[in-house]
Design a protein around this ligand. Structure first.
Ligand SMILES: NC(=O)c1ccc[n+]([C@@H]2O[C@H](COP(=O)([O-])OP(=O)(O)OC[C@H]3O[C@@H](n4cnc5c(N)ncnc54)[C@H](OP(=O)(O)O)[C@@H]3O)[C@@H](O)[C@H]2O)c1
Length: 255
């Protein structure tokens, strides 16, 4: 199997760092894009110094792509895959009627316009950098959420932003087919993650939501980041030659 070079946004996050660890374990190289904290990626960089690059970047920055491509080029790396996990959850859990326009705007700017910045930047990078032997490897994974089909009461901005993401991947699957770039969206239900940094009232809101969800999941547990990583690794592998433009709901059987 050919080794891959993957750009991961949100690489310090719960899911992004798990995907990065699995790719590095199998001998791939990973460009770890982080935003604020970098505690999880620091240990990966220590363990795999040759196969990692790290870069602090904000996906809200329209120049995101230029920043990433100049670091890759400077280090003579050629990336073939993008796994875009970065997103903000809104800790605000007010109803839409009571919500502040600034909070709505921030969520849409990060999750939706941020995804636009990432995709526009990386697609331009792919167009200028891809070598012949990597053309068959180019893959993109975006992250939606099960809330894109369910909605999320008291979280409508987040939910709307996630629904838009899977729609973008359907449009792009057609635009990118001529270049054999496959793009898919993974939309997990609740994932078991570390919530110790979340504000207390948001943790309570989230805990209630998770308890209600658990009753509806046939497999009777939440997804773990490893479950999400397993699907990601398959979709970005050479073995996936025909799946593009799809949204995968990772929900333990819940509809
Ligand atoms: N966990 C779940 O239950 C769940 C369920 C469904 C879908 N998802 C989706 O799966 C993806 C990963 O989730 P996760 O649980 O791993 O989330 P996470 O742990 O909160 O990680 C998200 C990462 O995105 C980064 N980020 C936020 N704003 C950014 C910005 N403006 N520019 C660059 N990076 C930014 C964060 O960095 P900082 O913290 O430093 O800002 C963080 O490392 C997300 O797209 C999420 O919507 C998650």
């Amino acid at each position: 199997m050919m080794t891959k070079t993957t750009i991961i946004t949100g690489a310090n996050g719960n899911i992004g760092s798990t995907i990065a660890a699995k790719l590095l374990d199998q001998g791939d190289s990973v460009a770890l894009i982080y935003h604020g904290s970098r505690n999880r990626i620091d240990s990966l960089i220590k363990q795999y110094p040759q196969n990692t690059l790290s870069l602090k970047a904000d996906i809200k920055d329209a120049a995101f792509g230029n920043k990433i491509s100049s670091v890759l080029t400077k280090n003579r790396w050629v990336a073939d895959t993008l796994v875009h996990t970065a997103a903000m959850r809104s800790y605000d859990h007010s109803s839409l009627a009571e919500s502040e326009p600034s909070v709505w705007r921030e969520v849409i700017e990060t999750n939706l316009l941020g995804t636009y910045n990432v995709l526009r930047g990386i697609l331009r990078y792919f167009a200028n950098s891809t070598q012949q032997n990597q053309a068959s490897l180019r893959r993109i994974i975006l992250f939606g959420s099960d809330v894109s089909r369910l909605g999320l009461p008291y979280g409508s901005a987040y939910s709307a932003s996630k629904a838009a993401i899977s729609n973008i991947s359907r449009s792009l699957s057609v635009e990118l087919s001529k270049d054999m770039i496959l793009i898919n969206t993974i939309s997990p239900g609740p994932v078991e993650i570390d919530d110790s940094d979340f504000p207390e009232d948001y943790r309570k809101f989230r805990k209630q939501y998770y308890q209600d969800m658990l009753k509806k999941i046939p497999l009777k547990r939440f997804a773990e980041p490893e479950d999400v990583a397993a699907l990601t690794l398959f979709l970005i592998s050479e073995e996936n030659r025909y799946i593009t433009g799809e949204e995968f709901f990772l929900t333990g059987g819940k509809r």
